[in-house]
Write a protein that binds this ligand. Structure first.
Ligand SMILES: Nc1nc2c(ncn2[C@@H]2O[C@H](COP(=O)(O)OP(=O)(O)OP(=O)(O)O)[C@@H](O)[C@H]2O)c(=O)[nH]1
Length: 195
């Protein structure tokens, strides 16, 4: 661009000198202008090519980053899915721990209370009868004291299994206290049968 300007400038000076009669070289201003325009378009073209190359490099980099981001996003989704699955399992375990008695594999008091609530609401809505039975071991301390705690545990387990063997699927059994069971079932006929 500097060269183009210099050419145009020197041709302009030449023409001025020529018009003034100082020199007799002829007039070249139009050639100078053409040279200036050509050098200008050469520079512009060069600059355009540079920008275009730079643009391509940036586009390539952007594509690479996008691919990385997509990969990371997929990994993140997989991780979130895994964690959600683990949390769901942990929740199920926690719920089981909160509602069950591990020794007898029955509900605990909290677990059964939820069913009693449901049975009570069903009674209020449609007079569906339900019954709660409480069974307690007498002198259980003696079993522990005489035969040991393990045998006491076994007696509790056998007691629970015995009651379970006479239950229907909709009946619920819980270890209500240390050595007592509570049994909830719905319908009076069943109650009469059990009593
Ligand atoms: N083996 C075993 N014993 C338990 C468990 N939980 C509580 N016990 C025992 O149960 C006994 C309860 O004693 P008590 O409340 O006097 O009951 P009891 O001896 O049956 O007396 P009564 O109810 O008056 O007939 C205690 O010795 C506790 O240690 C358990 O999970 N396993």
């Amino acid at each position: 661009m500097l060269i183009g300007s210099l050419i145009a400038f020197s041709f302009a000076v030449n023409d001025i000198l020529n018009v003034s009669g100082v020199i007799t070289t002829g007039r070249f201003i139009s050639l100078g202008i053409i040279g200036f325009i050509m050098s200008q378009s050469f520079v512009t073209n060069n600059r355009f090519n540079q920008l275009s190359n730079h643009n391509e490099t940036l586009t390539d980099k952007l594509k690479e980053h996008n691919a990385d981001l997509e990969l990371m996003s997929e990994l993140l989704e997989t991780k979130v899915e895994q964690r959600t699955r683990q949390l769901k399992l942990a929740n199920i375990e926690l719920k089981a721990l909160a509602n069950n008695d591990s020794l007898t594999n029955t509900f605990n008091r909290h677990g059964l209370q939820q069913y009693i609530q449901v049975a009570f609401e069903s009674y209020r809505r449609s007079q569906n009868l339900f019954c709660i039975l409480l069974i307690d071991y007498d002198n259980f301390k003696d079993i522990n004291d005489i035969y040991g705690h393990d045998v006491g545990d076994h007696v509790l387990l056998i007691g629970a299994d015995l009651i379970k063997s006479g239950m229907r699927e909709q009946d619920k059994l819980a270890r209500w206290g240390a050595k007592s069971f509570s049994f909830c079932y719905q319908t009076l006929i069943c109650k009469a049968h059990w009593l």
